[in-house]
Design a protein around this ligand. Structure first.
Ligand code: ADP
Ligand code: CIR
Length: 354
């Protein structure tokens, strides 16, 4: 064990091209203070950094082995969190109380009323059950127990969100393929998540819940214990967000989620802490994306661009997944508003270029 940890640290130190936040913020000194620590659930630093060590091309490189890791391994996780969420060094990490806004008073207009740019809009949040670990330290039985808890809570959803649960275990390959191509379902193809233990005992305990319209979905035991998702074609962010808020409020009544005042809702990956909210559009911006300063434009509006088949994939035909980058240190309403304003601007610039 101790030997595995030393070997991992050595590999990370020798990975010269590695630009991950883990490498940047896990000095020898910090490593020495953390290497023998354990969380109450038995999680270690090795459980947190396995993915970043195995994949030196990671952007972040560290996950939390369980909610308590954010306290026990704070000496390395805090600087990673500050760096990713752009919190200045001299300011302590803090997160406001949850504020989803009043869905009846939302001022989001359709981002693309003519339907020329936005293919679809999606907003998701992640949630973790209180008192359970995260993927690296979960057992098969715990995954099954969480699956049971989550699926029981679906009974409390209002009529418009009512649907059915589809476990991945036993799902036929064609259904799985179609749901994935339609951007509804997750798979076990992310090597970063794999190395972090994200696919241990796959597909046990994993599944997807969706309503008939497939505009409300819940992923069970993908990266996080729950991913609550609202999505539809076009650019009506108001409708998408309102549906998500209704779902969160209904599920909160049945389930107790891991949260702390400093970091907000606790998630497996430190990039998702706080609001855990990612509001995205699949948007056609071939001209803007071809500009050498595309990344800077995104940075200016705190946006992130991804390929359209999820993180670490490429754009297809000039369509990008553009979403809010910040999730921590601002409210849910502010995060979704940041994306709304940024995407408006991106579309304005694309129009100018075409
Ligand atoms: P997340 O971390 O939000 O779950 P990923 O980048 O892994 O994000 O994407 C998950 C899935 O959601 C992928 O299949 C992706 O294509 C789909 N997706 C993300 N945003 C949108 C969107 N605006 N419209 C349609 N599908 C989307
Ligand atoms: C990396 O470090 O690049 C991967 N571990 C992914 C980090 C960001 N996103 C995520 O999975 N939620």
């Amino acid at each position: 064990m101790a030997e595995e940890m030393e070997t991992m640290f050595e590999k990370l130190s020798k990975a010269e091209d590695c630009k991950s936040l883990l490498k940047k913020h896990l000095s020898k000194e910090v490593f020495e203070t953390l290497k023998d620590k354990k969380t109450s659930l038995g999680g270690t630093l090795a459980d947190c950094i396995r993915s970043g060590v195995e994949n030196p091309e990671s952007g972040v490189g560290i996950y939390a082995c369980d909610p308590e890791a954010y306290t026990v391994f704070a000496d390395t996780l805090d600087p990673v969190i500050k760096d990713y969420h752009k919190i200045p060094d001299n300011i302590p990490i803090k997160h406001p109380a949850c504020d989803l806004g009043d869905p009846e008073k939302l001022k989001f207009e359709d981002l693309d009323p003519e339907g020329k740019f936005i293919v679809s809009t999606r907003v998701r949040v992640g949630r973790s059950h209180d008192n359970f670990g995260f993927p690296p330290i979960l057992t098969k039985e715990q995954r099954e127990e969480m699956e049971r808890k989550t699926t029981e809570a679906f009974d409390g959803l209002p009529e418009e969100l009512k649907g059915s649960y589809h476990p991945i275990e036993g799902m036929d390959a064609d259904t799985q393929k179609q749901l994935t191509e339609d951007h509804f379902l997750f798979n076990d193809h992310d090597r970063f998540l794999r190395a972090a233990g994200g696919y241990n005992d796959w597909p046990t305990g994993r599944g997807i819940y969706f309503n008939e319209e497939k505009n409300f979905l819940v992923w069970v035991n993908e990266e996080d214990h729950l991913r609550i998702i609202s999505m539809q074609k076009g650019g009506d962010l108001g409708a998408v967000y309102k549906r998500l808020v209704t779902a969160i409020k209904a599920l909160e009544k049945k389930l107790s989620f891991a949260r702390n005042d400093r970091l907000g809702f606790l998630t497996f990956c430190p990039t998702n802490l706080g609001t855990t909210l990612r509001a995205s559009v699949h948007v056609k911006i071939p001209n803007l994306a071809a500009q050498p300063n595309f990344k800077e434009v995104c940075d200016t509006y705190n946006l992130q661009a991804r390929g359209i088949h999820g993180e670490h994939t490429e754009s297809v035909g000039g369509v990008y997944d553009v979403s809010n980058k910040r999730r921590l240190g601002l409210t849910e309403l502010e995060a979704v508003t940041e994306m709304y304003n940024g995407v408006k601007e991106i579309i304005r610039q694309e129009k100018e270029l075409s």
